[in-house]
Structures are given as structure tokens and as C-alpha cells.
Design a protein around this ligand. Structure first.
Ligand code: GLV
Ligand code: MN
Ligand code: MN
Length: 442
């Protein structure tokens, strides 16, 4: 095993030197309990950022953190960081506990509760790593209520000013700052927050690759670039029966054309380009009225920054042409823009080495979803550990990962964290990866 022998082995029930392993039942129990907060009848979870359900989930996790005797700090943007005592910058674990409204039980939660489990396992076995450990959950990772996504971790690393972040509003006009105060999570600690020694995030893959390849642990090399835009189309409402087809300024048609174009664009650019119109609303939204206006979102992602920028350019050209052809107004607003991020080569190697030493099959892959780790990678060596998602399904109540796989991921996290705390990176590559600094602002 890679962690130094003394730190990496527990006393064991009979004083032996069996490798340390997390308490799987305890981890699964906490995952189930947290999934009960904001549970939906279809087996999923809805804890939209800074909602009442998010507050209840936060309270539950903070209670667990406090019960472990950790120092719990809430910062100005509502990020919660719980640390063990000790000197020096901590090795930080974490993720998020907010969900999309059709969320599952594991996205984000696994990284937070896996981190908590690592800390409790070490406490139980009397192992004190050479530097402190921390587990964090970051505010509004999902970005489905307040854009951009990864808002809390972006603010934590200074990628967005606190005042700007607090002023962001949801579609109903509620602000991040107001909602933080309402749910009691406008904390006193300043953002940007203290820079960790390193950051490791355990997460479900949320895609089909690991399962399809029959691989147990994904060694995440980086995160693809993300471009989110809101598109507003202004047409003219008119009678659906009397208005000749050539005399329409139809926002509904324009919205449909944009969705079709986004699909075609992704297919033309080829994998790994993806494109999604995930939200679309028409006004007035009546069966017999040509739509006056449309509001839709476009999500474009690619691991290659140049290809992603090309996709954006082609979309912009299409929107201009569409506005002319249909005689409608088209305006766009940027919701999020993050360049692809490469994780630290030393952390990547460590995850791979430890997973293999634990007898796990591994493969390297990029992350398709956005993650808090991509923000932490701007300030410290960062990496991620993936476990398979059944059927590649996520952001859905059907999201599922086998219990053994969840526990296997936490055991890899445990030893990676111990190795990092023992100074493993100092001898290796260390430092933020070359692309980390290339990550664009929101
Ligand atoms: C957020 O996590 C996203 O990838 O959409
Ligand atoms: Mn997530
Ligand atoms: Mn998610």
C-alpha cells in the first residue's frame, strides 16, 4: 500500500496490522439518511440549492460533523468546511449536497459522506495523519437554481467575488445572499477560503463508461469544458388559425429550431462534443396562439477548448441567421463558462496506484459533469475518484451505484488521503496541473 505503513494501518481489533478500511455499513447508512431529506416519491432526491430541503440536508451533515468533534466553519457563500485539529494546510475531501430537482441519492453526497467516513475511520483506529484533514460541502454545485454551477467552490478559490456571487438571482428573483440568510448559512468566514494542501473528491461517474468497460474505479484525468447560455427569443403572438405560415414571427418555432441545431452541431463536431437544450418555456404557452417569446438554455461541453469555442461560434452564427429568417429578436446571456481542467498528475498517479494496490481494476477517463474539484484545482493539487453508475444514469431518481462500489471508492479515498497527508506529492509531480491555471472564470 502507498500510505506510509504506520499511518495506513489501523490497530485492528486484535492489535494486528490489517490495512485500514472504512465502515461500509456506516457510510451506506448515512447516504440513506441524507437521501431521506428531500426524498421524492420516485426514489430520488430534490434538494435544490438554498431551499428548505437543502437547509435540512445541511443541518443533518453539520450535525454529523459536529458529533465527530470537527471544527465546522461556514463561509460567506455558505460553503461548510469541517476540519480535524492539527498544524498546516489540510488535505481536503468533499463535494456538494445540493441536487437537481430530479436528483438521485449519490451525486455529490458520496464525496461528502465518504470524506466524513474517512475521518471517522481514522478516529476509530487511533490514526492521526501528519497533517489535518478536512471535509467540505460547497454551495450550489448543481447550478440549476443559481448559475453558474460550482458557485460555492468557485468563490472559495476566488474565481468570483463574494458580492457578485451573493447578488445572483434565481428565475423567481430570490438572491443567493438572501436565501443564505433565510436558511441560516450566511457564515462569517471569508471567501476565498484557506488553500488546502490537496483536494480529493470521490464521486459517482454519472456516465456509462466504467460499467460498460467492467472497471471498478475511474481515475479522473480532468473535467471537460462547460458553456451554458440562456437564449431569449422575442416573436409576435398571433392567432394560430388565421396567421399564414409566411407571416409568422414564431418564437416557438425558433426555439425548436435551436434545439434541433444544437443536436446537429454536436453530431457534426463529433464526440466528445455534447449539446443539450434542457430547459424551454414558451409564452403565452397556449394551444391556439403563435408563441410570443421563448426562453431556453443551451449546455455545450467538450474536453477540447478550441472545439468548444468553435461550437459556441457556430451556435452564435445560427442564432443570427435564425433571427433574420424568422423576423424575431434573439438575445443570449452567459450562465457559465469554464475551460477544460487537467488534474494534478501526482494525484492522478496516486489514485491509480492505490486503487490497483487494493485489487481494483482502473481506467483513466475525463469527467463529463462539472465538479467542485475543477475549481479547487486552481489553487492546489486536486483529483477525483469515480465509481460506476448503473446504466450511466444520473440527475435522475434512477441514479444507482452498487453498495460495494460505493464502499470501494471510499477505501481508495481513505488511502489516497493518507498518502497525501504523509507528503506523497512532495516527492512526485505535486503542484497544480498545467491546465489548472487555464481554467476560465465564470
Ligand atoms: C453540474 O454538476 C453539471 O455538470 O451540470
Ligand atoms: Mn456532482
Ligand atoms: Mn450533479
Amino acid at each position: 500500500m502507498t500510505a506510509t505503513g504506520q499511518e495506513g494501518h489501523g490497530r485492528g481489533p486484535r492489535g494486528g496490522t490489517a490495512p485500514l478500511r472504512v465502515d461500509g455499513e456506516r457510510l451506506l447508512g448515512r447516504l440513506a439518511e441524507l437521501a431521506g431529506v428531500g426524498a421524492t416519491p420516485d426514489g430520488g432526491c430534490a434538494r435544490l440549492a438554498l431551499s428548505d430541503a437543502d437547509r435540512a440536508g445541511r443541518d443533518l451533515v453539520v450535525g454529523w460533523m459536529t458529533a465527530l468533534g470537527l471544527e465546522v466553519r461556514v463561509d460567506e457563500i455558505g460553503n461548510v468546511v469541517a476540519s480535524t485539529p492539527g498544524v498546516g494546510a489540510p488535505v481536503m475531501m468533499g463535494s456538494h449536497i445540493d441536487t437537481v430537482t430530479t436528483g438521485g441519492r449519490f451525486d455529490g453526497n458520496l464525496g461528502v459522506l465518504g470524506g466524513l467516513e474517512v475521518i471517522e475511520t481514522l478516529q476509530d483506529s487511533g490514526v492521526t495523519p501528519p497533517r489535518p484533514l478536512a471535509v467540505a460541502f460547497f454551495t450550489d454545485e448543481e447550478g440549476s437554481r443559481f448559475s453558474p454551477d460550482m458557485l460555492g467552490s468557485l468563490a472559495y478559490v476566488g474565481g468570483i467575488g463574494v458580492a457578485e456571487a451573493l447578488a445572483i438571482t434565481d428565475v423567481g428573483g430570490a438572491s443567493v445572499g438572501g436565501e443564505l440568510r433565510r436558511i441560516g448559512y450566511a457564515g462569517p468566514h471569508p471567501c476565498p477560503g484557506p488553500v488546502p494542501h490537496a483536494y480529493v473528491e470521490l464521486h459517482i461517474e454519472q456516465g456509462p463508461v466504467l460499467e460498460a468497460e467492467g472497471v471498478e474505479i475511474g481515475v479522473v484525468e480532468g473535467v471537460q469544458g462547460i458553456s451554458w447560455q440562456e437564449v431569449r427569443v422575442e416573436g409576435q403572438a398571433n392567432h394560430a388559425g388565421t396567421t399564414p405560415m409566411g407571416m409568422r414571427h414564431d418564437a416557438g418555432y425558433a426555439a425548436g429550431a435551436i434545439a434541433t441545431f444544437v443536436r446537429r452541431l454536436a453530431l457534426e463536431l463529433g464526440s466528445p462534443q455534447v449539446g443539450t437544450v434542457g430547459s424551454l418555456a414558451l409564452e403565452p404557452g397556449l394551444v391556439n396562439v403563435v408563441a410570443r417569446s421563448a426562453r431556453l438554455t443551451v449546455d455545450l461541453r467538450n474536453t477540447d477548448e478550441l472545439r468548444l469555442a468553435e461550437a459556441e461560434r457556430r451556435l452564435a452564427a445560427f442564432l443570427e441567421q435564425l433571427a433574420r429568417d424568422e423576423g424575431v429578436g434573439v438575445a443570449t446571456r452567459r450562465l457559465a463558462r469554464f475551460a477544460p481542467v487537467a488534474f494534478d498528475p501526482g494525484v492522478i498517479d496516486l489514485v491509480e496506484r492505490i486503487a490497483r494496490a487494493q485489487g481494483r481494476s482502473t481506467m483513466r477517463l475525463p469527467a463529463g459533469a462539472g465538479h467542485d474539484a475543477q475549481m479547487l484545482a486552481r489553487v492546489c493539487p486536486a483529483g477525483m475518484i469515480f465509481v460506476p453508475s448503473a446504466g450511466g444514469i444520473s440527475h435522475s431518481p434512477l441514479e444507482r451505484t452498487e453498495p460495494d462500489a460505493l464502499v470501494a471508492g471510499a477505501n481508495v479515498l481513505l488511502e489516497v488521503v493518507l498518502a497525501l497527508a504523509a507528503g506523497e506529492l512532495a516527492a512526485g509531480a505535486g503542484g497544480a496541473g498545467p491546465a489548472a491555471g487555464a481554467a476560465a472564470g465564470a
